[in-house]
Design a protein around this ligand. Structure first.
Ligand code: HEM
Length: 221
């Protein structure tokens, strides 16, 4: 790992990742076409889109620590795409609940929320993601100013905590391994950020960043 990728290589990396991120959506299209969603299609689509929302949320949160560990600064240029895919799957997940499960009927949705209150935590996480998706472009960064934009985008931490609560809450007591695993990964990613903030708040010589992993050290151009 030496030089950062040039624009062409970066485009190729982005394209490959874009197509990879579309695979879970492809599974839904394939399932619809071949009628292959198992015995309970609504539950399948809800779980599939829910878990992929969470996967992409965690991948998005991995970018900054990965960049700090490897000093591969160009990784930041992938973050927006993962963030937008998180929102894309959250939107599908939300639509599967209001449309697929409840036929867009306000009464049915209200009854369902009453029966399954864990939906509220998921819905709150989804609401927090909306402004982040809308402002994920250069125009919004310019309009808001870097500082405000960063503050707004810190809502991703709250959204991820709400997503973890949603997942714990909906899971049966006998099947808590996955929520536990997802929460553990999320806990590590959030703890890293807390530690970074503390480090940056320290006076000069003590706030040195941890050395990048040897393998990733950049050679001078
Ligand atoms: C950031 C937002 C969200 C995340 C990360 C998320 C994540 C998840 C996950 C991981 C599951 C379980 C998948 C499994 O069992 O394998 C799930 C299920 C579910 N979620 Fe969400 N969710 C979010 C938002 C929402 C919203 C907005 C709604 C509805 C308004 C919702 C309603 C549901 C329902 C109904 C289930 C199915 C529960 C069942 O199996 O009976 N979620 N979600």
């Amino acid at each position: 790992m030496t030089k950062p990728p040039d624009n062409r290589q970066l485009f190729q990396i982005k394209l490959a990742l874009f197509l990879l991120c579309l695979l879970p959506f492809g599974r839904l299209i394939w399932g619809e076409y071949h009628d292959n969603f198992g015995a309970d299609p609504v539950a399948f689509v809800q779980r599939w889109t829910g878990i992929w929302t969470f996967n992409l949320l965690l991948i998005t949160l991995c970018i900054s620590p990965l960049r700090a560990m490897t000093q591969l600064h160009w990784l930041l240029r992938l973050r927006r795409m993962f963030g937008l895919f998180t929102f894309f799957y959250a939107l599908l997940h939300f639509l599967s609940f209001v449309g697929f499960d409840n036929s867009f009927s306000i009464n049915e949705i209200a009854n369902d929320i009453f029966k399954r209150p864990f939906v509220i935590a998921g819905f709150a996480a989804f609401l927090l993601l909306i402004p982040l998706a809308i402002t994920s472009n250069q125009w919004a960064i310019r309009k808001l100013g870097g500082r405000k934009w960063q503050e707004l985008h810190r809502n991703i931490y709250l959204a991820s905590i709400l997503a973890a609560i949603h997942y714990w809450w909906l899971s049966k007591i006998t099947a808590l391994y996955w929520p536990l695993a997802y929460s553990a990964v999320l806990g590590i990613l959030l703890a890293w950020r807390v530690q970074e903030r503390r480090r940056k708040a320290m006076p000069a010589p003590q706030n040195q960043a941890a050395k990048p992993l040897k393998f990733f050290k950049q050679k001078p151009d």
